[in-house]
Write a protein that binds this ligand. Structure first.
Ligand code: SF4
Length: 469
């Protein structure tokens, strides 16, 4: 099936696309199944089992909260982040869940939310949901795999290699698109053959996917940018501590420092780097706090594309609304290449699959809106990934905080550098984006599981607190 811009960029809540957004969608899909089978009204209890990385880092990523709220009828794109915590605590404290938002059933967190440590299903991010009738007999259960970026597939879909289906969109209803591509080489060839930019090609596909409603597509893209912008703005304002770790939020004080000394912009040639870093950190602090974010392509890497896009709108002469839409469409096309040919899941291939993919997407998109030809765009995207290869996922405490927040700032800067390198050339280069994507995937498969979002290696194990005199 064809991937859409809105499969890559999904509005949801933090802190993790695979551990929060995906499990909430799984709950939603499970309810749909119960409805379709006509048994929703007869269900007296539900039970959730978390496996692999969802068990190991599920608490830190709020996987339990997400799965339960999903079964209670909340959706990632609709739930108000400000009430999600309270809604979850109410269910845990009262022992009562409103199944599908319709009918109260008992829910004992200690017995009905089970963390299967050390057990894994078909994918590192596995979960199983059971529904029982009034006699306690399991009448339906389903296995879901959260394959990154908020995409959730059933075990049978995963085994049939239909790894592209996300959320709850039915596979059979998707119309065929005019410009189908499987890899970067085909994408470039189509662009050249039809004299289209990548953004134009993707928008033509998207129009068909939206039933011909181009205005709706543009409105949906604008909505994505609105959420990203609001996320930056809120992250710049909010003070206090990050959840669980109680580490201080830093974006707000960094923002105040930069605002207090605007002349520095004129003297310090690198001060724009501070702003770009700040934009990314603001988003990722919001993500860590469970705020409203856009998967780009994941929550852990959610700050990079907004930061580079904010760099474009605020610091590049001639930046305009069309450029913003083109940026989002181009970056989505590059994200589709990773999704189709590799993975965007840190649990599958380490942080290179999340932050590396986002860096690549941002670099290519920036090259496009800076006037680069399709080969320069592909070159920028390739550089953006090449220098993230091998990057492990080792979040301290299973929280999407360290190294994630700073890492987004670093990757946003790296994306801009990648674009600038590509724009100095003519698009000819040694390593193709396709081979770089394949290298990322194969490298990810070679990584020991302790470096793939299990918090059992790297910084998660060896980092020691730094004493400040
Ligand atoms: S280290 Fe990277 S992949 Fe792992 S949780 Fe953080 S941002 Fe995501």
């Amino acid at each position: 099936m064809a991937l859409s811009i809105f499969d890559i960029f999904k509005i949801g809540i933090g802190p993790s696309s695979s551990h929060t957004v995906g499990p909430m969608w799984a709950g939603h899909r499970f309810l749909n199944d119960l409805r379709e089978k006509g048994i929703l009204d007869s269900i007296s209890s539900v039970r959730v089992g978390l496996y692999g990385s969802l068990a190991l880092t599920g608490k830190g990523h709020s996987t339990d909260k997400a799965a339960i709220l999903g079964l209670a009828g909340y959706r990632p794109d609709g739930v108000d982040p400000d009430i999600a915590d309270q809604a979850f605590e109410d269910i845990v404290n009262t022992g009562v869940m409103k199944l599908a938002g319709e009918r109260d059933i008992p829910f004992n967190y200690d017995h009905q939310m089970v963390f299967h440590f050390g057990e894994e299903l078909e994918h590192p991010n596995g979960m199983r949901i059971y529904a029982s009738d009034k006699n306690g007999i399991v009448v339906y259960y389903k296995t879901y795999l959260s394959v990154g970026g908020g995409f959730v597939v059933c075990a049978d879909e995963f085994n049939s290699k239909d790894k592209q289906n996300g959320t709850d969109s039915p596979v059979d209803d998707v119309p065929s698109i005019p410009y189908s591509f499987k890899n970067a080489a085909e994408l470039l060839q189509l662009c050249e053959q039809h004299k289209l930019t990548i953004a134009e090609l993707v928008m033509a596909n998207e129009k068909v996917l939206a039933g011909g409603d181009e205005e709706q597509v543009s409105a949906n893209i604008d909505a994505i940018w609105d959420v990203m912008r609001n996320c930056i703005d809120r992250g710049l304002r909010m003070e206090g501590e990050l959840p669980v770790s109680n580490m201080k939020r830093r974006a707000s004080s960094m923002h105040q420092q930069l605002m207090a000394n605007p002349e520095a912009m004129l003297k310090d040639h690198f001060s724009i780097m501070d702003w770009v870093t700040l934009f990314a950190m603001a988003v990722n602090e919001e993500n860590a706090c469970g705020g409203r974010v856009v998967t780009a392509p994941t929550n852990g890497a959610a700050g990079i594309i907004p930061a580079v896009l904010a760099y474009y709108t605020r610091f590049i002469d001639g930046a305009d609304h069309k450029g913003v839409r083109d940026f989002i469409a181009t970056s989505a096309a590059i994200g589709m290449l990773y999704k189709m040919n590799a993975t965007i899941s840190g649990a599958e291939a380490g942080c290179q699959a999340e932050v590396g993919s986002a860096c690549s997407m941002a670099a290519g998109a920036l090259a496009a809106v800076m006037g680069g030809n399709v080969h320069q765009v592909e070159n920028a995207a390739e550089i953006g990934m090449e220098h993230n290869l091998g990057m492990t996922c080792d979040p301290i405490g299973g929280l999407v905080q360290v190294p994630c927040i700073e890492r987004n700032g670093m990757a946003a800067i790296k994306a801009i550098t990648a674009t600038r390198m590509a724009m100095r050339g003519d698009g000819n280069h040694e390593v193709s984006l396709d081979s770089c994507i394949e290298t990322m995937y194969r490298t990810g498969l070679d990584l020991q599981s302790k470096y793939r979002e299990t918090s059992q290696g790297g910084l998660a194990v060896f980092a020691k607190p730094q004493c400040v005199a």
